[in-house]
Ligand binder design. Structure first.
Ligand code: ATP
Ligand code: MG
Length: 198
């Protein structure tokens, strides 16, 4: 073994010791709040990826979608077949129409459908896709949302996606990741693609 190899091995050994110590010290068992925010692409994809991960372990998942796209969502077609309940804004808020009254009603309707899931200990994971806009636009009451998430069953995890997450949701979260746009195909004039963008 060369000196370089030896040094590499020693360094890796030290990293391993540190990681092992951290793994050892993490003892608490409970569900978490995960926020996926930022202006880059991949927030909803990661949220649904987490749902797929949970479903793969036989866990019960509920999805709330607060933005109705003009296209059908590939994840919904797949995950509903695996017993995931979807609550989607049927009318109202899309990126195109922004009718305050109708949007508020539609957001409230989805929220009312989701509230029982956030109080149900048999639900392991709740994905609140694009929730951040609903609280930022006051379509949903921030206090009520924070309270429902904070008082959820201890084993339940919640994933929130959307740009510009409110500071209070960030504070409530255990894990917050920000997706940063380095570049996006759309800026080069490439159309959103089925199977990649929805
Ligand atoms: P995805 O659903 O692909 O994971 P996202 O949830 O991170 O994306 P949103 O802000 O919810 O992003 O936007 C949804 C749509 O907008 C997707 O079709 C995505 O490709 C597109 N998009 C995301 N980020 C950008 C960007 N920086 N510029 C242009 N389009 C974007
Ligand atoms: Mg999204």
């Amino acid at each position: 073994m060369t000196t370089k190899d030896e040094r590499h091995q020693q360094r890796q050994q030290k990293v391993k010791q540190k990681v092992d110590a951290k793994v050892e010290s993490a003892q608490e068992e409970r569900g978490i709040v995960l926020v996926l925010t930022g202006n880059g692409k991949g927030k909803s994809t990661a949220g649904f990826g987490t749902v797929a991960r949970a479903v793969g372990h036989g866990q019960r998942c509920v999805v709330g979608q607060f933005i109705k796209g003009t296209w059908d969502c590939g994840e919904r077609s797949l995950l509903e077949q695996h017993g995931v309940d979807f609550h989607v804004m049927a009318t109202g808020f899309t990126w195109e129409t922004q009718d305050r009254e109708a949007d508020t009603k539609a957001a409230q309707a989805v929220w009312q459908q989701l509230k029982p899931a956030l109080a149900d200990a048999s639900v392991d994971l709740v994905l609140l896709d694009e929730l951040t806009y609903m609280t930022n636009y006051d379509y949903l009451d921030l206090d009520e949302v924070v309270e429902a998430i904070a008082n959820r069953p201890p084993e339940q995890s919640v994933v929130i996606t959307g740009r510009a997450v409110h500071r209070r949701l960030e504070e409530l979260a255990d894990t917050v990741s920000e997706v940063r746009p380095v570049k996006h195909a759309f800026e080069a004039g490439i159309k959103a693609r089925k199977g990649v963008d929805w």
